[in-house]
Design a binder for this molecule. Structure first.
Ligand SMILES: Cc1ncc(COP(=O)(O)O)c(C=O)c1O
Length: 393
């Protein structure tokens, strides 16, 4: 079957591939510990479930406006005001089928053929593919591990050409868990304003932060930066609602209008009852978010200590999200493997621990571990990795 050019080079998500492989081994009876998960391991909080069930039985089961219900948009408006002190009109907000679809739609309305988007490496796996699907060109800039994987203003300035339309910032980051400080965002923002490039600020892990460093959105810094930024967010990670598929974008009216038009011809609307659930997530008690965050914080502290005690494993300590992104180059060499990918494969085969190789995130010396599983399982996984490294020395 002859398929369209645009999907010929599309690669399946590496994170989904490893999770699928781990599941397959599990189903075959192996005691596998999967550290590949990209979603919280908690149930969606009860009041959110109730709101959705009520909506369903109340007959809220029909089409909604393409860009989302007024109720949910108002809840998002309120959230942006309370958390970031940012005011948006309702026509500056679009509700989408998860944050992923907000990003997809944004690139579709923003990019012409060969337009460039600056993607700091390591990156979330879908950014380059989505940019390419919009006929744009991802321009990778190596954010150095020695600089906590953060893009510098000098690097940004150097990467800009007359084809640059946007830069992606993801703080807290998947896969590294690092966060930008306000001053760092200010400096990057200056460069973006100078060259008039749009900032795509992916803030999906905003609520999951574990240090005194407060999450800052670049749009909060000045009215000019607010106008220059499209914020991407959603309830998937914050309220453990990955399967409900509700995300959103807020920003420039024209961009949001174009995104809404596109959605009206592609998805019609996000699922009606999921929108009610997301509205309940934002307007109800935020206690469950806090509880989840505390559990993640404890796991991070412990797993970090266990990992860095293993010979050849070094790690920038994350401040948010639920991933660790250690550099295992030394361990791989010590263990006599040719590449991190081979090391990860052998670890899965011998010790039944599934990690995601960093190559999928543009960082071939690293691996990503998700701590969205119980502390007991994390301890078991760390012991198995340690045994694997020691056995191969
Ligand atoms: C950095 C980043 N952005 C966006 C998304 C997409 O989130 P959603 O599940 O709401 O589509 C993810 C999910 O893994 C992510 O890690």
């Amino acid at each position: 079957m002859e398929l369209a050019n645009r999907v010929q080079t599309l690669t399946p998500s590496s994170t989904l591939a490893i999770t699928a492989k781990a599941k397959e081994l599990k189903q075959a009876g192996h005691d596998v510990i999967g550290l590949g998960a990209g979603e919280p391991d908690f149930n969606t909080p009860e009041p959110i479930l109730k709101a959705a069930a009520n909506a369903m039985y109340d007959g809220f089961t029909k089409y909604t406006p393409a860009g989302g219900t007024v109720g949910l948009k108002q809840a998002i408006q309120q959230k942006m005001k309370e958390d970031q002190n940012l005011s948006y009109d309702l026509d500056q907000i679009i509700v989408t089928i998860g944050a992923k679809h907000a990003l997809y739609t944004l690139f579709q309305v923003l990019l012409n053929k060969e337009d460039e988007v600056i993607v700091p490496t390591p990156y979330w796996v879908s950014y380059p593919e989505q940019i390419k699907l919009a006929e744009g060109k991802p321009v990778f800039v190596d954010a150095q591990e020695s600089n906590e994987f953060k893009l510098t203003p000098e690097q940004l300035e150097q990467a800009i050409t007359d084809k640059t339309r946007a830069v992606i910032l993801n703080s807290p980051s998947n896969p590294t868990g690092v966060m930008y400080e306000k001053e760092e965002l200010e400096a990057l923002g200056k460069v973006c304003l100078k060259h008039n490039i749009l900032i795509v600020s992916d803030e999906i892990y905003e609520k999951l932060t574990y240090t005194s460093t407060k999450h800052v959105s670049i749009a909060e810094i000045s009215p000019e930066l607010k106008e220059q930024t499209v914020i991407i967010n959603g309830v998937s990670k914050s309220h453990s609602m990955t399967g409900w598929r509700i995300g959103y974008a807020v920003g420039n009216k024209q961009i949001i209008k174009a995104m809404t038009n596109l959605a009206s011809h592609s998805t019609s609307n996000p699922t009606s009852i999921a929108q009610v659930a997301a509205e309940a997530a934002y307007t109800g008690s935020q206690e469950p978010v806090q509880e989840m965050k505390e559990a993640f914080s404890e796991r991070l502290e412990k797993l970090y200590e266990w990992l860095v005690a293993i010979p050849g494993i070094e790690c920038v300590k994350p401040k948010g999200a639920f991933y660790l992104f250690p550099n295992v180059k030394k361990a791989v060499e010590l263990n006599g493997f040719d590449s991190v990918d081979d090391w990860v494969k052998a670890l899965l085969e011998e010790e039944k621990v599934a990690l995601v190789p960093g190559s999928g995130f543009g960082a071939p010396n690293n691996v990503r571990l998700s701590y969205a599983i119980s502390l007991d399982q994390l301890e078991d996984a760390a012991n198995r990795i340690k045994r694997f490294v020691e056995n191969h020395q």
